[in-house]
Design a protein around this ligand. Structure first.
Ligand code: NAP
Ligand code: MG
Length: 452
């Protein structure tokens, strides 16, 4: 039996019979059978069904948020925001079935037109940090484009995905279109990646597992999109609004207890303001409210598991340069305090590896060129921020940082209507916005001769 825990208490929330490779085969077979019928649903009807699903998700937002918080330990306010985004994602893609436009291309001797066709069965493998949110970024465009799907949530956090399966059926999405399969990645995930009837795998998770997924997909030449790790830079120039930047920087890395692929886990600070900036950050970090996820005032919850806490703690050895430390509750939960390491060199392990916990490395830089060089000196390229009151400089630096997403004077990364994804070893492909539809469709080119 799979025991699903509440990370804030270590208590079992639910026991689930896990799926195995045979169950994955059965789920893929159901999705394959449902595909011809689902792709044949008229665009306007598919739009209507997705809109009904979006409305149902809106109606169940509070209960989904409660469940997500219980299973992940994240503050209830954060879960409410996330479940709002889940519904919004379905509302957005409900507008798409009728807008999957092709091209008309002038060629000699005839006309050439293109169609956007669904891929077939898509396998969606997601992590535990934003369980239903990340699943929705894949499911909504996949369904809008006419694909059927098998979703494999992380074993640590399967509860909202299972609820989603029920809600989709009740909203009228036909049987077999959405299949949720809860089981170990090494067995169920692997089977999805290798199965010849799965046309595409969309994966979010660690770079190490992503590498294996890319290799595993090679045998059947599957389409693959990957959203992987990050080590994003938060670049603070001396001419920034320092109060604003210092209030934002802790949120940008300690949100979701640092278990966020977009976490700005390297704060690059111009040397002339390095100490001032740390002083401004100190009260913000020390006053972060870490605790019970159902207390409305809580800003940071526990880590996802005891194993993960151990992994995070290993990045803060006894001789680590701990400059600021926040509070964390005692007790059975998997707690870890917000921790600021400073000064750190960009060559140190804490600056190079994704910690995926509430530990941040603060690194000095000399000038604009040095900031860009250090920001890019990483294998990752997912997110980041730039703080300066000089608009031209902000845009100049944004263009030169090798990252899929970057914000200026803000720590936000994700919007339903805009593309999200990584450069370098942070991944392949883009989710959200109209761009996500490219990942769930093939372009078919049809030539019509007009010669007499
Ligand atoms: P993970 O260990 O890579 O697992 C992600 C998913 O893959 C889970 O569902 C896991 O299943 C499954 N899996 C594990 N081994 C597999 C295999 N051999 N074949 C197929 N599937 C397999 O990642 P995680 O620990 O859950 O999440 C943390 C990581 O996700 C971080 O590195 C973070 O940066 C990354 N992340 C990236 C983004 C992004 O958008 N770029 C977003 C969120 C998280 P089980 O766990 O059930 O075994
Ligand atoms: Mg894992």
């Amino acid at each position: 039996m799979l025991e699903v825990l509440n990370p804030a208490t270590g208590e079992v929330v639910e026991r689930i019979e896990p799926a195995n490779a045979r169950d994955a085969d059965a789920a893929i077979a159901r999705a394959k059978e449902a595909f011809p019928k689902w792709r044949a649903v008229e665009p306007a009807d598919r739009a209507r069904l997705l809109r009904r699903l979006a409305n149902a998700l809106d109606a169940e937002k509070e209960s989904l948020a409660q469940l997500e918080s219980r299973n992940t330990g994240k503050p209830i306010g954060d879960s409410r925001g996330e479940m709002g985004m889940v519904a919004e994602t379905f509302h957005y893609y409900a507008g798409m079935p009728e807008r999957l436009l092709g091209d008309t291309i002038p060629v000699s001797g005839g006309v050439d037109v293109t169609f956007r066709e669904p891929l077939g069965v898509v396998g969606l493998i997601v992590p535990w940090n934003f369980p239903l949110t990340i699943a929705s970024w894949k499911m909504a465009p996949a369904l809008a484009a006419g694909n059927t799907l098998v979703l494999k949530p992380a074993e640590l956090t399967p509860l909202t995905a299972l609820e989603f399966g029920r809600i989709a059926l009740e909203a009228g999405i036909p049987e077999g279109v959405v299949n949720v399969c809860v089981g170990p990645g090494s067995e169920v995930g692997r089977r999805i990646v290798e199965h010849p009837d799965v046309a595409k795998v969309a994966f979010t998770g660690s770079t190490a597992v992503g590498r294996g997924i890319m290799a595993g997909a090679a045998d059947t030449i599957k389409r693959v999109t990957l959203e992987l790790g990050g080590k994003s830079a938060n670049v603070v120039f001396a001419d920034a609004d320092l109060e604003k930047a210092a209030a934002s920087a802790p949120v940008a890395v300690f949100g979701n207890a640092g278990q966020d692929c977009c976490a700005r886990s390297r704060i690059l600070v111009e040397r002339s303001i390095f100490d001032d900036f740390l002083s401004l950050m100190q009260p913000v970090v020390e006053n972060l409210r870490v605790g019970d996820q159902f207390d409305e005032a809580t800003e940071m919850g526990p880590l996802i598991s005891a194993d993960h806490r151990e992994k995070v703690a290993a990045y803060v050895p006894e001789d680590a340069p701990v400059a600021i430390r926040g509070k964390a509750p005692e007790g059975n939960g998997f707690w870890y305090p917000p921790t600021v390491l400073a000064p750190v060199s960009n060559d140190d392990r804490a600056a190079r590896e994704e910690i995926f916990g509430p530990v941040v490395a603060v690194i000095p830089f000399d000038d604009e060129e040095d900031a860009i060089r250090q920001a890019n000196d990483t294998v990752y390229g997912l997110s980041g921020s730039i703080w300066t009151e000089n608009g031209a400089k902000a845009l100049r630096v944004a263009r030169r940082i090798e990252t899929g997403v970057i914000s200026i004077n803000s720590n936000t990364s994700v919007r339903v209507a805009t593309p999200f994804g990584g450069m370098k070893q942070s991944g392949v492909g883009r989710e959200l916005g109209p761009h996500a539809l490219d990942a769930y469709t093939e372009v078919k080119n049809v030539y019509i001769s007009t010669e007499g």
